[in-house]
Design a protein around this ligand. Sequence first.
Ligand code: PLP
Length: 438
Amino acid sequence: MSRQEVDQLNEIERMDKEHVFGTWSYQSEVSPTQVVGSDGMRFSDAHGNEFIDFSGQLMCSNLGHSAEKVSDAIAEQAAKGAYFAPGFTTEVRAKLGQKLAEVTPGDLTKTFFSTSGTEAIEAAIKIAKFYTGKDKVVSRYRSYHGATYGSISVTGDPRRLAAEPGIPGAIKAPDPYAYGSTLDPMESLEYIDEMLMLEGDTVAAVLVEPIVGSNGILVPPAEYLPRLKEIAHNHGALLICDEVMAGFGRTGEWFGCDIFDVEPDIMTMAKGLTGAYQPLGATIVNSEIAAHFEDNMLTHGHTYAGHPVACAAGLATIETYQEGNLIKHAGEVGEYLGERIEELAAAHPSVGDTRGVGLFRGIELTKSSEERMPFGERSDKLAKGSTVVDQVAGMAYENGAYVANMINTLIVAPPLTITPDEIDEAIAALDVALKVSD
Ligand code: PLP
C-alpha cells in the first residue's frame, strides 16, 4: 500500500469514528475497520485482510455476500419504482406476502411489513394487545428482541437495563438453559404456568425465541415449545415466536418452531428474510387474528412499510433458498459443523458447553468445566474493556475467521451456502484462538 493510500484509509476510519456513533459501545472503544469488498463466504478490509464469515455478520447474511439474484432484483425494482406509499401495492409486496404465508407454518397468513427485527416485535406486541384487549407480555430473561423502547422492554438480557423501567406490562420469566441455570428447562415452564395464573387474565402474549440466539443458542427439549403454547392458550394468552435470528433455514428447517412442530399465533422475522441485502422486518399472524382487524382498526404503520426494494430482495432471497435447496443443505452441512465443534470441545478445556442445531451453534466458554464457572458475569458486556470471549473472537479474527460472540459464548451462524472445506478453514482459526481461554 502506498503512503497516500494509507493516509486515505486512516482518514476514512478517522472520519467515521468522529462523525458516526458505534452501536452498543463506549464511543472511546470504537475503532471501525473499513470493509471494502466481499465475495461468497468472505469479506475483506481496506488493510488487505480477508476473513471467512463464520457468523454471517450479525447472524443475518444467510446467502453470503454475492447472491446475484437478490442484488439483481434490488436493482430492477429500484429502476422500476424505488418507493411508493404503503397505500399502494407492488407485485413484489403482494408476492412476498403470499410467499410468507406459504413457507411459515400452518395458518399463518397475513403479514405486516416493517424494516427491522425490533419493529417486527413492536408490531407483534401491539397486534397482540389490540387483539386480546390485554396489556401484558411475558418474555424470558435470556432473550433479545430489539433495541427500541417496546422491544428492549421485553428483552431479558442486560441490554435492557439501561432502558428500564421500560414499557409497562413487560414481565420476565426464567428460560430453558440446562447448562447454566439451576432450574430444569421443563420446570421453568411450570413457573410460567403459575406466573400466568397469578397474573390473572391480563397477559396478551408469551413471547419467545424458539431457539434463543444472541443469549447463547439455547435449544429447549422437544416437549418445551408445544407445552408452552398449551400453557399460554390455557391462560388466554397468544404465543409469539420471534424468528428474527433462528428463521429462514439456519436450523435446517424454515423456522425454529418447525423443529418442534409448533405453529405460533404470531411470528416475527427479519435478518434471513432478505439475507441482509435490504432492511426488512415482517410480523405474520394467523387467519383468526387477521380477521379481527377487518372491523377493528390496525392503528400502526411506518412510511417504509412494505418498501418495494426491500420486498423485491425478500422475494428473491426466499426463491434463492428454494431453488438452491439451501434449507436442506444447511441441515446436512450443519451436522458436519456440529461434529467439528465437538472436536474443538474435546481439545479445549475452556469449552464448557456446545449447543445448537444446523448452522446455528454456540460454544460456551468456561473457566472451570467441572464447576461450570463462567469467565464473567452476564452483564460484562455492559462494562468497559474486552472480555475473555472477546479476546478469543479477536484471535480468531487475526487468524482469518470472523465469529460473533456474546456473554461467554461464541456464536457460529455462517451463510447457508457454506461448504465443509470452508467450515474446516474457520474451525482451524478457532482452534488457534481457543488457546487464549484454555
Ligand atoms: N429478535 C431477535 C431474536 C434478534 O436476534 C434480534 C437482533 O439480533 C432482534 C429481534 C432485533 O432485530 P434488529 O436488530 O433487526 O432490530
